[in-house]
Design a protein around this ligand. Structure first.
Ligand SMILES: O=C(O)CCC(=O)C(=O)O
Ligand SMILES: [Fe+2]
Length: 552
């Protein structure tokens, strides 16, 4: 049976909790603009409309809601179906399948639980933990495997850098289109990677990548300063360091050496606190040189480095942020000039040297509540899992391609801090439910959740031990939302030779959850897969010849 609840959006988790505990599945969630109400569609395994149970659950929900908050519920199946048709596009029917008898559904706090990220470990704890031990790192990685995503907590002070970029991005996006294009360049391939600004069908986005010295593009503030660029550079470097700090835990879960995954990545860009140039850090390593990647930076395999005793870069506290941004702005001034002259050169790529860009990227996304989403819904970023932006050699100029349609899967991990306005949904692997993963209210423990999602490359490399996290973004209730997903990727030319890791695991009597790969590169992964499936189909057809009649 189907049931629709209507309640103010901020009270939706509270209203949902008793229903979810009773085994109702969320099938749709829509913000009924402009009233600010949420319309929640629930499905229950009972065919008949069990009015007594529903009345009891309503009572339980109302008892939890603050006084005066209205909760309305459809009276009949006909009423529910009518409302469903009137308010939900096909895309918002998010879940029909979960089996209420499946005991795994009870393992996690249900969606209606206001503390959906309860029990999430602190990021610093995870970065400090020894890979493969039973502590916070292992708990994080188990959850990442079980659900396809896992939250980690930053303190509010550590999250100040994200909030700074979120605020500056909102100001930056508010400029005219011409100004944005002038500052960031039109979305195009540079150094064979996508970067720049574009106003897409449903959202605006600015993609930024680390360069050896700074970040590209490096926008200049309205008053001519580089505060936004400096904050972007700090954030990209911090996120890169965090992702590298998580890799040894993932590697331990896969049953391979802590440095195995780091060896598939770019050399780490210089850390925010680091005055050394990344030119000295093996940036030019070729494919083979990458196998021992991370050797030269602070982001070393399983070893602990950095001021906070964490793997990866230290997290910048709010009190240090101003000074860090100022010194980063100094550091990137020269590089920003080079980047600006490159953008100015426009299509004449030879007129200025293309900056060397990292494979990983920070995608700043602006979602406007007034925009209509896919198929007339409020879905402004359709469901997808994060893949790569790795393309054959291409020329400069605006690309007609959507990044999600690009060639190869190259996403190892995506790191997305909860935005100030909610919108991100992830499909939870353990029960197949779409979960609105963003917590925007202040947590009781003062933490801010950083959601880590599994990307395509990790899923393929691990032969499905980790599943790629499907996610999407719906329109904010009002105003705008700035999302800051960081897509941490391997090098497109990294060879995924898993034989040594598989052999070492076998010799040690361990299981390594790795696909059997030998010469395939990250760039080649999808073609490798499709070639394999073509071959499989061919073998099948050879083994089972069709009867003569049907072949005719
Ligand atoms: O806006 C967000 O937080 C996430 C967007 C996203 O998933 C993407 O651009 O790949
Ligand atoms: Fe994504």
């Amino acid at each position: 049976m189907l049931l629709l609840l209507r309640v103010r959006l901020e009270h939706a988790p509270t209203a949902l909790a008793p229903f979810e505990c009773a085994g109702f599945c969320l099938v749709g969630l829509r913000t009924a603009v402009p009233t600010g109400d949420a319309l929640i569609a629930l499905r229950w395994h009972a065919e008949a409309n069990n009015t007594d149970v529903i009345a009891q659950l309503c009572e339980a929900a109302r008892a939890q809601l603050p006084a005066g908050v209205a909760l309305s519920i459809t009276a009949s199946q006909e009423d529910a179906l009518e409302q469903m048709r009137a308010h939900f596009g096909p895309r918002e029917v998010v879940q029909w399948a979960a089996d209420p008898a499946d005991p795994s559904r009870r393992a996690e706090p249900p969606l209606g639980d206001a503390l959906q990220h309860a029990g999430a470990p602190w990021l610093e704890e995870v970065l400090r933990a020894a890979p493969g031990s039973s502590g916070a790192g292992a708990a994080f990685v188990r959850r990442l495997r079980r659900d396809g995503y896992a939250p980690l907590l930053l303190t509010a002070s550590q999250a100040a850098l994200w909030r700074e970029v979120e605020g500056s991005a909102a100001t930056w996006f508010a400029q005219s289109t011409e100004a944005k294009l002038e500052q960031a360049g039109a979305y195009a391939h540079i150094d064979r990677k996508f970067t720049g600004y574009r106003d897409g069908k449903y959202r605006e986005q600015l993609e930024v990548r680390a360069t050896p010295g700074a970040v590209h593009p490096a926008p200049v503030d309205a008053d001519g300063r580089l505060r936004f660029s400096a904050a972007l550079s700090l954030l990209v470097r911090t996120l890169d360091g965090v992702a590298r700090g998580l890799l040894p835990h993932v590697a331990a879960e896969l049953g391979c050496e802590p440095r195995f995954l780091a060896g598939l990545c770019d050399a780490a860009p210089s850390a925010p606190s680091d005055n050394g140039s990344s030119e000295d850090r093996g940036e030019d390593r070729g494919e083979d040189g990458g196998e021992d990647g991370g050797e030269d930076g602070g982001e070393v395999g399983g070893e602990v480095s950095g001021a906070c005793g964490c793997r990866g870069v230290p997290l910048i506290e709010a009190s240090e942020l101003d000074a860090a941004v100022t010194s980063e702005a100094e550091r990137i001034r020269g590089a920003a000039r080079a980047s600006a002259s490159f953008i100015d050169a426009g299509a004449d790529a030879d007129a200025a040297e293309a900056p060397r860009l990292a494979h990983s990227l920070l995608r700043l996304c602006r979602y406007d509540s007034r925009r209509e989403g896919a198929y007339g819904t409020d879905v402004l970023c359709e469901e997808h899992h994060d893949v790569g932006a790795l393309l054959p050699p291409l020329t400069l100029g605006p690309s007609p391609l959507d990044p999600r349609e690009e060639g190869s899967g190259a996403g190892l991990l995506t790191l997305d801090v909860c935005a100030s306005a909610a919108g991100l949904h992830a499909l939870r692997r353990s029960d197949g439910l779409w979960v609105p993963v963003e917590e925007t209210a202040l947590r009781a423990d003062g933490g801010v959740a950083l959601v880590v999602m599994v990307g395509d490359t990790l899923a393929r490399l691990s032969a499905g031990h980790f599943a790629p996290c499907k996610h999407r973004v719906v329109a904010p209730r009002s105003g705008e939302r700035v999302g800051l997903p960081f897509l941490f990727r391997g090098r497109s030319d990294a060879v995924l030779d898993t034989r040594p890791a598989l052999a070492a695991a076998a010799a040690a009597g361990r299981v390594a959850h790795l696909a059997e790969l030998e010469t395939v590169t990250i760039r080649d992964l999808p073609s490798f897969d499709s070639a394999r499936s073509i071959l499989k189909g061919w073998f099948r057809s050879v083994r089972k010849p069709k009867p003569i009649e049907s072949a005719m």
